[in-house]
Design a protein around this ligand. Structure first.
Ligand SMILES: [Zn+2]
Length: 348
């Protein structure tokens, strides 16, 4: 038997249930979850700002240890390190066929047979696919990377959504070396983006946010300058990474660019109104707008490498409010919504 928090509908409390673990199928790995952090999209689902098929198990920022291998499960991780029972691992949010046309085009997160942890419906044949659970069953074709046992679980849990998505944004931005970067929106992803851009050699990192408190935190994670949205247009930069999803932020992100600049939109992952864009301004200033949803295999690998190299340099742990158990998942969501910390983590 394994315990999980079942989510039915928004503004309903989670119900804690137990169910026998399914027999592992071809290529599957059973993971004992250690820690799950509540991502913004989990909170949006809980609040009814986005809809998931239900009943479901939310939570996709997860870290765990291998408990068992199914038939023909991979015995090496994505870095080709051998895997064994007891290894601490992270895994990509998606499982999809490497033969799909989108997978082959480096967009496995958009493959036709996409399976996404923390976003699937519980059925008779599909269960234990989210982080608010004692176990996760990793599907065939899930990218797995072994982690150092020393890496704290709360930090490790950030890899498979926040950190990998930021790695994807920086891949789309191109060469960061000696470029000026603005990070618009300093929630968890924005803070990680400040840290990653600074480590990748950005000449300056300008953090923009409505919260003076969060901007102060950004300074401890690599931001060289901070400003409120009202002052954003006083800056001209090569790259903007837009994490807030606010309409005026996306418009500002275009106007902040120098000639030839690129803005990456990552934040607007909930229903949006159209925004006016001046085509002549884009054309005459040689600007590029790119969208990013989730990440690909390369981003996931870069995310693991970044965290393993820098988790002692940046104090990510202090951004995570700890101390909730699986039985307290409803309280953890209420706390996260009421107090808006960078992350709330659930210990499993
Ligand atoms: Zn997420």
């Amino acid at each position: 038997m394994s315990k999980f928090a079942s989510f039915l509908d928004y503004n309903q409390k989670f119900t804690i249930n137990s169910f026998p673990l399914l027999t592992l199928k071809e290529g599957e790995i059973l993971v004992k979850n250690l820690c799950t952090s509540l991502c913004r999209s989990d909170l949006h689902t809980y609040q009814g700002k986005r809809i998931e098929k239900s009943p479901t198990i939310l939570g996709h920022e997860i870290v765990g240890i291998i408990e068992a291998f199914g038939p023909n499960a991979p015995l090496n991780d994505f870095k080709d390190s051998p895997l064994k029972v007891g290894d601490k691992i992270t895994w990509a949010i998606y499982a999809s066929s490497p033969e799909d046309e989108f997978s082959k085009a480096n967009m496995p997160q958009k493959a036709k047979d996409l399976f996404k942890y923390g976003h699937e419906q519980i059925t008779d044949t599909s269960h234990f696919h989210g982080g608010l659970s004692e176990h996760t069953i990793l599907k065939k074709n899930t990218l797995v990377i072994k982690l150092s046992q020393e890496l704290p679980n709360e930090i490790a849990s950030l890899i498979n959504c926040s950190v990998a998505t930021v790695a994807g944004a920086l891949r789309l931005a191109g060469n960061i070396q000696n470029k000026s970067v603005s990070v618009y929106g300093t929630g968890m992803l924005g803070i990680i983006a400040c840290a990653m851009a600074s480590k990748m050699g950005a000449s300056k990192v300008i953090a923009v946010d409505e919260s003076a408190e969060r901007l102060e935190v950004a300074k401890q994670f690599g931001a060289t300058e901070i400003c409120l949205p009202t002052g954003a247009l006083h800056h001209k930069v090569d790259i903007v990474l837009e994490f807030s999803g606010a309409l005026d932020a996306m418009q500002n992100s275009i106007r902040m660019l120098k000639i030839g600049g690129v803005t990456i939109w990552i934040g607007a992952v909930f229903p949006q109104s159209d925004i006016p864009i001046n085509a002549e301004y884009i054309i005459r200033n040689l600007l590029t707008i790119k969208g990013l949803h989730n990440y690909n295999n390369e981003d996931f690998l870069n995310a693991v490498n970044f965290i393993e190299m820098n988790y002692t340099f940046f104090d990510f742990e202090k951004l995570i409010k700890k101390g909730f158990s699986l039985d307290e998942v409803s309280e953890a969501f209420e706390y996260a919504i009421a107090h808006n910390p960078f992350r709330v983590s659930i210990h499993l």
